[in-house]
Design a binder for this molecule. Structure first.
Ligand SMILES: [Zn+2]
Length: 126
């Protein structure tokens, strides 16, 4: 993700509206690019302050720290999601191997019986 794309994603980041793929590119970029991080911090500060004022709620007023926590939580969420997907892939691999094993152990004798039956049919026809 480049600077232009990152700047366009800031509002959606604040509104929790980025896809996982966009979030990963966004996090990678703002961790490396200080200009975009500053832009994010300004937007985030304004958005969080407006939210506090609108809803009149108490909260963490150390907004730069809150942004760092938010970024860290999103990174952790992505990592958990990757681990979950990896586990699902491994599980599907194991299920696939079991299915293949099942088909070989259960259906090949059936196939052989059909082939023998077919061979007998051919011998009768000839
Ligand atoms: Zn940038």
């Amino acid at each position: 993700m480049n600077c232009d794309d990152t700047i366009k994603c800031i509002e959606r980041f604040v509104n929790h509206d980025l896809t996982s793929r966009e979030m990963e590119g966004f996090l990678d970029h703002v961790e490396e690019c200080s200009a975009c991080y500053e832009e994010l911090e300004i937007y985030y500060t304004v958005a969080v302050t407006m939210n506090y004022l609108e809803k009149n709620v108490d909260g963490n007023y150390n907004i730069p720290l809150r942004l760092k926590e938010h970024l860290s939580q999103e990174r952790q969420r992505l990592q958990r999601q990757k681990i979950f997907r990896y586990c699902i892939a491994v599980l599907l691999g194991i299920l696939g191997a079991c299915l293949i094993w099942f088909l070989f152990s259960m259906h090949i004798p059936v196939v052989q019986i059909f082939m023998q039956f077919g061979a007998q049919l051919f011998s009768v026809i000839e």
